[in-house]
Design a protein around this ligand. Structure first.
Ligand code: THU
Length: 133
């Protein structure tokens, strides 16, 4: 699957976003090494802090289905003029499993930019950070 195709998978998720508060739908598509794709959308809540982002929806779907050490790419998309950058919490959650993950960040015109996660979350805190000195 090409990068653009993964971005398009993420765009198909915007229709499922539950965004009565922000009116800002976000879609995500997380690809594993074997080609399996887990999709997600943002799901908001009247207790605003309980909202879950599209990327974390996709990630928890994947982990709960037995995938955890084989993530290779994720597309994050929105209908925004700017690229739909993943928030800090999503960067951190993804970093736990895949610091080398390639992140495709798209905007409304379906164009995208491509970064390794460890550039978006430099010197990230991960499982190895918990090692005792
Ligand atoms: N949102 C995401 O789904 N992913 C991000 O990385 C950034 C923000 C959602 C959360 C909320 O539903 C809406 O975008 C506005 O913040």
């Amino acid at each position: 699957m090409t990068d653009q195709e993964l971005v398009e998978r993420a765009f198909t998720m915007l229709q499922y976003s539950y965004v009565p508060y922000s009116h800002f739908p976000v879609g995500a598509a997380l690809m594993c090494a074997d080609g399996t794709v887990f999709t997600g959308c943002n799901v908001e809540n009247s207790a605003f802090g309980s909202t879950i982002c599209a990327e974390r929806t996709a990630l928890v779907k994947a982990v709960s289905e037995g995938h955890r050490d084989d993530f290779v790419r994720i597309a994050v998309v929105g209908n925004s003029a700017d690229y739909c950058w993943p928030c800090g919490a999503c960067r951190q959650m993804l970093y736990e499993f895949a610091p080398e993950l390639i992140v495709l960040v798209a905007r409304a015109d379906h164009s995208f930019v491509r970064y390794p996660l460890h550039e978006l979350l430099a010197h990230g805190f991960g499982p190895k950070s918990l090692a005792q000195g």
